[in-house]
Design a protein around this ligand. Structure first.
Ligand code: DC
Length: 218
């Protein structure tokens, strides 16, 4: 098992950007677990699975799904879906389907396998609490709601998504609420995770702060 730096936090907190920068700086691989949930949601929607469908139906649909994260790209049954999964619609369905135990169980092994033979920076909602509870380093990255909504808006705009600022804010609020209130693996700060509020920090400043902590007890 390689070293794991686990980062959790709500939508728009900047986990993706920071995880990539950190991985590059340390020569680790990066694991974007939200992308895996998004790919599963895309696959389930392609199979016409609805959020209210039974566990058995979901389980059956999952047996033919193969998702992986390779060199920063998300592969669904061998096809690169990295761009396709970034819509607000798939963001919504990924949050909805991620509350189902069958979906979380399906992705658990895939996520843990990523750390089998590599040092990784893993980011998501339950990296520090469920997937890698014994991670080498644990962080909880947060920012104010307004700042997260702004970041999400700019990120979606950059990706060419047609969205207003208030729609982006609603999307962040709705997903936060669902991701934090679900019964299984809800988003929460692990007791031993270092909390960073990045509301007034640049990504460069957050990176420096994390590196200082990581290098302090080398
Ligand atoms: O990080 P993201 O916005 O790409 O994640 C999409 C959804 O996937 C998010 O709303 C909740 C779910 N998710 C999760 O439940 N657990 C994770 N470790 C990562 C994401």
């Amino acid at each position: 098992m390689g070293k794991v730096i686990a980062i959790d936090g709500p939508s728009g907190a900047g986990k993706g950007t920071i995880a990539k920068l950190l991985a590059k700086e340390l020569g680790f691989s990066c694991l974007d677990t939200g992308a895996l949930y998004r790919a599963v949601a895309l696959a389930l929607r392609e199979k016409r699975i609805e959020p209210e469908d039974s566990d058995d139906k979901l389980k059956a649909a999952l047996t033919n799904i193969d998702v992986s994260f390779v060199d920063g790209r998300v592969l669904l049954n061998g096809k690169d879906v990295s761009e396709e999964i970034r819509t607000t619609e798939i963001g919504h369905y990924s949050s909805v389907f991620s509350a189902r135990k069958v979906v979380r169980d399906f992705l658990l092994g895939i996520q843990r396998n990523a750390a089998k033979n590599a040092d990784i920076v893993a980011e998501g909602r339950d990296m520090t609490t469920v997937v890698f509870p014994d991670a080498w380093k644990k962080f909880y990255l947060d920012a104010s709601l307004n700042e997260r909504a702004k970041r999400r808006y700019l990120q979606l705009k950059e990706q060419g998504v047609d969205i207003t600022e208030s729609e982006a804010k609603n999307d962040v609020v709705e997903r936060d609420k669902r991701d934090s209130s679900r019964d299984i693996a809800p988003l929460r700060k692990a007791e031993d995770a270092v909390l960073i509020d990045s509301s007034t920090m640049t990504s460069g400043e957050v990176l420096e702060y994390l590196l200082k902590i990581i290098r302090a007890d080398h």
